[in-house]
Ligand binder design. Structure first.
Ligand code: SAM
Length: 256
């Protein structure tokens, strides 16, 4: 498949304007690879026809974004953030949490395991731009390799081992799954879905440039209750971004 510079730029702008992901020149091979998958899936042979479809068909746009987003995640990733919450949230009242780029669900499930285990009353909204990832998340079934960092007592209490054709897989119990609702939300274009005590937005802004990051951070801040927290990924600073949040410790910010 041939991809001209003009076509690459058109696709790059479409992606940037719609979901903030900034693909630089070095990502051309990746884009080409993912694009050829969508061409095969839709039976379209030429790139310009596919670009036209992308501009007019929201379902195809969602499928295309699904193929280009980076969804890597795992249970108990950067878990000191959860430990901070266990120490700092008020257990005497219900807590609302938003996992704003939840990918395949390991992040909201890790939070839910620990809040349940510590007798918090809470609800979690897990959202992502990728419908494919949200489907996986809502299923709550993962290969056992994914549970490497999950403490044994949590695994025993909240998960079940699969048998027969599910050998090697682990299913998360209903009592955990029922604490989470899943929803497709684009951080750039959708309104915030409520107000929260804590928002996790980890390892997604790394793909955004500073103006996009600033817009998203301020949007998220508007959805945090006074005294609540924004938690970002360990490798994502907010240096150079104007916002009203107070720095608490690396990657943890508090709304005044
Ligand atoms: C690397 S995963 C992060 C998962 C999890 N938060 C973690 O830290 O392990 C990044 C996720 O951000 C999602 N994403 C990318 N752009 C987005 C946008 N504009 N709105 C919502 N989610 C987006 C991707 O689909 C992907 O699932």
């Amino acid at each position: 498949m041939e991809l001209t510079n003009k076509q690459y730029t058109t696709l790059r702008n479409l992606i940037y304007n719609n979901c903030g992901i900034n693909l630089h020149k070095g990502k051309l091979p990746l884009l080409k690879n993912r694009l050829s998958k969508r061409l095969r899936a839709t039976g379209i042979e030429d790139v310009n026809t596919y670009i036209k479809l992308l501009k007019n068909d929201n379902d195809e746009f969602v499928s295309f974004i699904d193929t280009i987003s980076t969804n890597h995640t795992y249970f108990f990733r950067e878990n000191r953030h959860c430990e901070f919450l266990l120490d700092n949230l008020d257990r005497s009242r219900p807590i609302k949490i938003w996992s704003a780029a939840s990918s395949s669900g390991e992040e909201p499930f890790s939070i839910a395991f620990q809040l349940l285990n510590n007798n918090f009353t809470f609800k979690i909204l897990a959202s992502d731009i990728s419908t494919a990832m949200l489907k996986l998340a809502a299923r709550g079934i993962y290969h056992k390799k994914k549970f490497r960092l999950v403490p044994r007592d949590i695994l025993k209490k909240y998960c079940m081992k699969g048998h027969d054709r599910w050998e090697g897989y682990i299913k998360i119990k209903k009592e955990v799954v029922s604490m989470i609702s899943f929803k497709r939300l684009n951080l750039l274009t959708d309104p915030v879905p409520g107000v929260f005590d804590v928002i996790f937005c980890r390892n997604v802004m790394i793909y955004f440039d500073n103006p996009t990051k600033a817009m998203v951070v301020n949007k998220l801040a508007s959805a945090i209750k006074p005294g609540g927290y924004l938690i970002i990924g360990a490798s994502e600073g907010l240096v150079g971004i104007e916002h009203d949040l107070q720095y608490v410790e690396p990657s943890i910010y508090r709304k005044k």
